[in-house]
Design a protein around this ligand. Sequence first.
Ligand SMILES: Cc1cc2nc3c(=O)[nH]c(=O)nc-3n(C[C@H](O)[C@H](O)[C@H](O)COP(=O)(O)OP(=O)(O)OC[C@H]3O[C@@H](n4cnc5c(N)ncnc54)[C@H](O)[C@@H]3O)c2cc1C
Length: 375
Amino acid sequence: MDVLVMGAGVGGLAVARTLLAAGHQVRVYERALAPRTGGAAVTIFSNGTAVLSDLGVSLDGIGGRIDRLDAMTSGGRLRASMNIADAADRYGFETRATPRRLLLERLVEGLPGDLVRYGMNCRSVRQDGDRVTAAFEDGSTVGGDLLIGADGHHSVVRRHLWGEGAVRAATYGTWQGLSPIDIDITHSHRSLMITGREGACGLMPAGGGMLQWWFDVRWSPTDPRPERPLAELRRRFGHWASPVPEVLAAATEDELEFFGHHWTKVRPVWGKGRITLVGDAAHIMPPTMAQGANQTLEDAWVLGRELTGKGGDPALRLRAYERARYPRMSFVSRMAKHNPANWRIPPLIGRLFPENTQSSILLRYSNRLTAANPH
Ligand SMILES: Cc1cc2nc3c(=O)[nH]c(=O)nc-3n(C[C@H](O)[C@H](O)[C@H](O)COP(=O)(O)OP(=O)(O)OC[C@H]3O[C@@H](n4cnc5c(N)ncnc54)[C@H](O)[C@@H]3O)c2cc1C
């Protein structure tokens, strides 16, 4: 089939890889003029690295391996400790914090050079019988057999399918950066999630001497942006236990990016006819479970299986994909909505959690790790 993909983020590129491997023709249309270089780093858990491996994408040599995640109080006490390496032992795929730029580079590696057409801002889509059409800002149109909306948070394809108003602002916003900050965590395989009255701070080794750091603060879309955000973060979090003050001292204003968190209720049916959605377009959620990109990869993996060698009505294959993803996705999304990573779990209770809780939770999130026959 001739497949049109809107968006060349994690989802669009992963879908392109899997559908090309299945023998389809694929064209990807991206609004940006060039590949994205920002977006700091993302954590790819065992479910995501398993999908990447199936797509022929290796994270070897990039990012930082994460073996343990410690939740701390702002005063430096341990709230809870998660053994992340346990999932790698059980499922055979490790967890890596990976700069988004490098992840996108690996996803596009080996694909045809003209696969992604940059500077193509999709303005509308439609379907007539068995044909789908996308129209772009420059007045051009393209037609195909299937259309996949991988166009993220503000998806035009989702608006076509669901109408306006499906996405709501959530409670927090994140200030984040990826910087060469020379503290112990940067050179370790340990990630820290620190929570206190003022908000939350996350620190993660992202490989190559880089530290992924972020601060979650209560946020609403009507809040004015602080004039000097870094000074505001220092004022708010500067008194927290080490290493937070060291991170804030080393960070610079030009490394800061802000993302307000958003959430959409996951629907049992995402698409219509020969159009469907993957990734944030279908299920944007707060990043506190660090599963957004992982779930996007799971989408691509399931979609690829539905469109590989099964034949029949392609619209039915798309609905089968949505049905397979719905229970997993809706569970992750409801968890993420409650921002568990930002909870202030008392250390006495935190110690009651089994260290390998993450491994069993991953199974509830994942189509890939629970497939009877993944290949
Ligand atoms: C602060 C923060 C931290 C996060 N941390 C993690 C993490 O640790 N782990 C994790 O798994 N996930 C994380 N996520 C979530 C993750 O980044 C997203 O879930 C993931 O990038 C979704 O991929 P996507 O391809 O659906 O969307 P995107 O990556 O947003 O890609 C969409 C693409 O579509 C393009 N596009 C948009 N509109 C159009 C149009 N009209 N026409 C053509 N192209 C268009 C965009 O330019 C973009 O390239 C985080 C998110 C945030 C905000």
